[in-house]
Design a protein around this ligand. Structure first.
Ligand code: 1HE
Length: 269
């Protein structure tokens, strides 16, 4: 392997519960608190915010994964016990801020899911742009049984993925969904065998990083907002974004390459 392709450390300072490295144009962030099943304490959530805020130039995509047997057991329940109402609001807003840095950050994020993807772990996964699930993944929102509510953006993001009715069911009854069910209902868009998630995620992130940056920006920032707007505003915004994207030098280069038969055809992979 060429030296420049070896994973190299990112210079960002993170808590021990997170591990970052770089592989080419992909920044890799691992939840690294497996002894606590990657439960998300304040330090970890702050580290996620720092990582996504300080991505260096040259990074075109992020790969997010969890160490150990589970992606994440969600909120660190030990930390919530002492908060009053005002502090509870601030805590939830802090999660919102951190996860917004993922969803509306600099570059797209691919999340690799395995084992428990529950509570705040599912909220974290929902902030990513592409989700790859291994067959061990399972999904739950145990907030109902814990006497709490989602606070990391789950009530906004999850109904858009699976619908309000399914989310209600998960929260009211403690229902869990398997990796296969999650794939069918849209929690993941890739389902892979055990141990294959990281490689698949890296393959996808590498491909995403090779897209024109303006296209990735438009897909991340404009598409979800267009989808939420009224149709007339949506069509207008779409035309503007389309015009901006096609006018970019990168688009011109790529279209020319296709017309001169130097670019790959679209084939079924
Ligand atoms: C934790 C947490 C946690 C594990 N906070 N410490 N999330 C939940 O309700 C899920 C709670 N966790 C579990 O149901 C299980 O731990 C798992 C199914 C994920 C994994 O089971 P297992 O048998 O592999 O591990 P374990 O023995 O239960 O846990 C290992 C250790 O991790 C243990 O600590 P230890 O010191 O006794 O070794 C657990 O206490 C600890 N641990 N999960 C704190 N979540 C912004 S709002 C979001 C709201 C939510 O996310 S609510 C959902 C919370």
């Amino acid at each position: 392997m060429a030296a420049e392709k070896l994973p190299t450390k990112l210079s960002v300072t993170l808590p021990e519960s997170l591990r970052a490295e770089r592989q080419g144009a992909v920044a890799i962030l691992r939840l690294a608190r497996p002894h606590k099943r990657n439960a998300l304490n304040d330090e970890t959530v702050a580290g996620i915010e720092t990582f996504f805020s300080e991505l260096p130039d040259g990074i075109g995509a992020v790969l997010l994964a969890g160490e150990g047997e589970h992606f994440s057991a969600g909120l660190d329940l030990g930390e919530l016990a002492e908060l009053d109402i005002t502090q509870g609001i601030a805590h939830s807003r802090f999660w919102h801020r951190a996860f917004e840095k993922i969803q509306f950050g600099k570059v797209p994020t691919v999340a690799v899911l395995h084992g428990a993807v529950v509570g705040g772990g599912l909220e974290l996964a929902a902030a990513a742009h592409v989700r790859v699930a291994e067959r061990s993944a399972y999904y739950a929102l145990p907030e109902g049984s814990r006497g709490i509510f989602v606070g990391g953006g789950g009530s906004v993001r999850l109904p858009r993925l699976i619908g309000v009715a399914r989310m209600m069911d998960m929260m009211l009854t403690g229902r869990t969904y398997s990796a296969e069910e999650g794939q069918t209902m849209g929690l993941s868009t890739y389902l892979v065998e055990l141990g294959m998630g990281f490689a698949k995620g890296l393959e996808l992130a590498t491909r995403i990083a090779a897209n024109a940056p303006l296209t990735n920006f438009a897909v991340m920032q404009a598409l979800p907002r267009i989808a939420e707007s009224d149709p007339a505003s949506g069509y207008t915004m779409e035309s503007l974004v389309a015009a901006i994207a096609q006018a970019d030098g990168e688009a011109k280069t790529r279209l020319k390459a296709f017309l001169e038969k130097r670019a790959p055809k679209v084939t079924r992979s």
